[in-house]
Ligand binder design. Structure first.
Ligand SMILES: Cc1cc2nc3c(=O)[nH]c(=O)nc-3n(C[C@H](O)[C@H](O)[C@H](O)COP(=O)(O)OP(=O)(O)OC[C@H]3O[C@@H](n4cnc5c(N)ncnc54)[C@H](O)[C@@H]3O)c2cc1C
Length: 307
């Protein structure tokens, strides 16, 4: 995680129309291709098959968030359902993870719930799973509420908790009776200190506490981080407490980041899933990846200058 001022500046640029227009005009040349499979579904399917062949499971994300029209929200849900059918037909080891604002949460909570239910049903019918991504803190209550509603009918659904948020330990404890499938992340959004740990050290310690609590209880845990120190601590905890390498948890990383670490985990017998996004609306996703690491900004600028 970056120092707060630099991170804030990059995330502010993500909301700036001029920056967005300049960046999207130059498309993938500026470096988005490192983090995104491509703009089309066929780009994604090709990358997913390649990753499966190398031993990785895949989580598919269609890039898009904060949609403002019902039609767009329904289209996104349809696309996820069609993808789940395609994964089954092609025997791909891929599931889906999506943002509730992509399927209508900003418009109408009932619309988002109906779309999420439809995707969960299709995932169930195709023998697959789905997960609700976690967005900014203002969406946490609504997202956990939708998860609880999905969980009443479906056992193939998951959600995400962010270790940067002070509330996450309570949220996890409240979900434990459901035997939840939870992905743990540090959190990609800048949140005020009143509700989020400002220091990286505290975010990291919170992460390990959440991981240990989740692994000590029934359910399934996705350890989604590129942080080698946390990966090592989780591996040690699992070994010490007799949690098997497969079946109770998996590691997850983002496409284009920390590939050697991901590969070594596969070689050591763990299940590793790479989150692979595709689609035309890659700008906010790219900005979050830049905000996470200064070296990415240099990489991006080199692309922008054509060097
Ligand atoms: C599978 C997956 C799903 C996610 N889903 C969500 C979600 O639903 N909601 C949410 O808020 N966040 C999500 N995130 C993002 C997450 O919150 C963090 O912002 C991101 O993972 C960076 O944190 P880190 O755990 O890797 O640790 P950090 O301490 O940030 O990084 C540890 C090391 O990983 C490497 N690294 C990290 N980020 C990058 C990068 N962008 N480019 C290059 N190297 C990097 C660096 O070597 C760095 O030193 C997800 C992350 C993953 C892996």
């Amino acid at each position: 995680m970056l120092d707060r001022p630099l991170r804030a500046a990059i995330l502010a640029a993500a909301d700036n129309g001029t920056v967005r227009r300049a960046v999207t005009r130059y498309g993938f040349r500026l470096g988005a291709a490192r983090f995104v499979a491509g703009e089309s579904e066929s780009d994604f399917l090709r990358v997913a098959a390649e990753l499966n062949a190398r031993g990785f499971a895949v989580a598919c994300g269609i890039l898009g968030e904060g949609v403002r029209e019902r039609g767009e929200a329904d289209d996104a849900a349809n696309q996820y359902c069609n993808l789940l059918e395609t994964f089954a037909a092609r025997g791909l080891d891929a599931n889906v993870a999506f943002k509730l604002t992509h399927v209508g949460l900003d418009l109408d909570a009932q619309l988002a719930l109906a779309n999420a239910l439809r995707i969960a049903r299709t995932a169930k019918d195709t023998g697959n799973t789905m997960r609700l991504d976690m967005e900014q803190s203002r969406y946490v209550d609504a997202t956990l509420g939708v998860y609880r509603q999905l969980r009443q009918t479906f056992d193939n659904v998951g959600f995400v908790l962010q270790s940067c948020l002070r509330r996450s330990a309570d949220d996890l404890r409240s979900m434990l009776p459901l035997g939840p499938n939870v992905r743990l992340v540090k959190g990609a959004y800048l949140e005020p200190p009143a509700i989020a740990f400002p220091k990286k050290r505290d975010v990291d310690e919170s992460y390990v506490r959440l991981a240990e609590l989740s692994l000590s209880n029934p359910g399934y845990t996705a350890i989604a981080t590129h942080d080698p120190a946390i990966v090592e601590r989780v591996e040690a905890f699992a070994a010490r407490t007799g949690v098997p390498k497969k079946g109770r948890f998996e590691f997850q990383m983002l496409y284009g980041i920390s590939t050697p670490l991901a590969r070594s985990l596969v070689e050591r017998g763990y299940r590793v899933r790479l989150a692979v996004p595709f689609g035309r609306y890659w700008f906010p996703y790219l900005m979050r990846r830049l905000a996470e690491r200064p070296a990415n900004v240099a990489f991006f600028l080199k692309g922008a200058l054509g060097r």
